[in-house]
Design a protein around this ligand. Structure first.
Ligand SMILES: Nc1ncnc2c1ncn2[C@@H]1O[C@H](COP(=O)(O)OP(=O)(O)OP(=O)(O)O)[C@@H](O)[C@H]1O
Ligand SMILES: [Mg+2]
Length: 263
């Protein structure tokens, strides 16, 4: 058996002493796409924040282990994780506006992020950024780069966040509702771009989403969360083809209703 890229074993996460994720185990193989779905508050963001060592204040991994490429990172500090964040583990935050620095332009933050990890010219970084925007079907990349986060709409901030995570070609991309603020056509282009990144660089992706339809489209494996626990975990065919849980069926029906409403 090959070594998993990311392994989470029997993890419990507490916020202020209260468990919000319980006995959760997952493994992500290199190049694999895992979709995590579940209702609001089920613990999806908490799982990927724990993996990045970026739980919010009051949050801690209280049981179990997290390994990245076999390295135990369960309680690793910022120094150790700082080396992994970016080129190894990239993250797209659920609320990109809040994760960006408010007083610096996107362009400035972009240079800082990339130059921390590689020696490249600003021109080259800029070109790469514009290319990613272009590939996501967005021609106004220049405008995003010169803006401050507060000047951008939720969708534009989201694009900036995706671009910044993708530009370092991470081995593992953890994406938390990366397309929630984008309209359906742009969403499709972003997803296509992520799939292309996997094809080209073998990027593994963990995609958190409310949208089980998106998961049916792109994921190899699916994890369904409810109240801090995994209620289903398996291949896409297993989960979306014949979900065992009433809960998963309900999530699917909700998406079908949504899709019909959009037409
Ligand atoms: N900073 C925090 N302080 C206290 N409790 C928190 C904090 N962040 C999350 N929680 C709690 O942890 C639980 C899981 O939250 P989490 O944000 O992981 O859910 P989620 O599945 O990502 O939800 P959503 O779909 O709304 O983003 C919730 O009960 C939430 O109230
Ligand atoms: Mg969340």
């Amino acid at each position: 058996m090959t070594q998993p890229l990311l392994e989470i074993a029997n993890m419990e996460v507490c916020y202020f002493g209260k468990p919000v994720v319980r006995d959760l185990s997952l493994r992500i193989e290199p190049g694999e796409i895992l979709g995590i779905v579940g209702e609001s508050g089920s613990g999806k963001s908490t799982v990927i924040r724990a993996a990045m060592g970026l739980l919010k204040n009051g949050g801690a991994v209280t049981k179990g282990e997290i390994f990245y490429k076999g390295q135990r990172i369960t309680h690793a500090g910022d120094r150790e994780l700082g080396k992994l964040r970016g080129p190894e583990m990239g993250m797209v935050f659920q609320n990109p506006g809040a994760s960006l620095c408010p007083v610096r332009t996107i362009e400035k933050q972009l240079y800082e992020t990339v130059l921390e990890h590689e020696k490249t010219s600003r021109r080259e970084i800029r070109e790469r950024a514009l290319e990613i925007f272009q590939n996501m079907g967005f021609s106004r990349g220049e405008e995003i780069l010169k803006s401050y986060p507060f000047q951008l709409s939720g969708g534009m901030n989201q694009r900036a966040g995706i671009m910044m995570a993708m530009i370092l070609k991470p081995t593992l991309l953890l994406a938390d509702e990366p397309t929630s603020a984008l309209d359906v056509t742009v969403q499709a282009q972003v997803v296509k771009e992520m799939m292309k990144m996997r094809e080209t660089y073998g990027t593994a992706i963990v995609m958190v989403t409310h949208n089980i339809g998106l998961v049916e489209h792109m994921a190899d494996k699916v994890a369904v969360m409810r109240q801090g626990s995994l209620v289903e975990y398996g291949t896409r065919e297993e989960i979306t083809g014949s979900p065992r849980q009433e809960y998963t069926k309900k999530l699917q029906k909700a998406v079908l209703r949504l899709n019909r409403g959009q037409r």
